[in-house]
Ligand binder design. Structure first.
Ligand code: CU
Length: 126
């Protein structure tokens, strides 16, 4: 009798711990991933469907600061295209991952790393 009760109690507490752990996690990583190296996007162009988000994954220990815009040569051109999700400024400390999106409008949108000249990402939404 006590064994059964103990088993139920253990199951309930495990369940509680699992639920708590899930709610602590701030966001689920998007299924489309774009990897970043030390000063570059490893995939420079990615195509997603309307409504999708993208996980930017910093695969190195170095930082990135990602925003709407693009590098034209050595000149940074900030700004979001009409229909682009305005991501503000997203800081990566290294070996971390953050989502951008959702992309709700079809089109071509540019993102760049403000601290690494030439580090551009093009997102095509279809
Ligand atoms: Cu960078």
């Amino acid at each position: 009798m006590y064994k059964k009760l103990l088993f139920v109690m253990v199951c309930l507490s495990l369940f509680t711990v699992i639920i708590a752990a899930c709610s602590i996690k701030e966001q689920v990583e998007a299924s489309t991933k774009v990897k970043m190296g030390s000063a570059n996007f490893i995939d420079t162009t990615v195509t997603v469907k309307k409504g999708d988000s993208i996980a930017l994954v910093d695969t190195v220990s170095g930082p990135h600061v990602i925003s709407n815009g693009t590098w034209q040569g050595n000149k940074a051109k900030a700004g979001a295209e009409p229909g682009a999700p305005n991501i503000g400024t997203i800081n990566f400390a290294g070996n971390d991952s953050k989502n951008i999106g959702p992309f709700t409008t079809a089109g071509t949108f540019e993102f760049y790393c403000t601290i690494h000249p030439g580090m551009n990402l093009t997102v095509k939404v279809v």
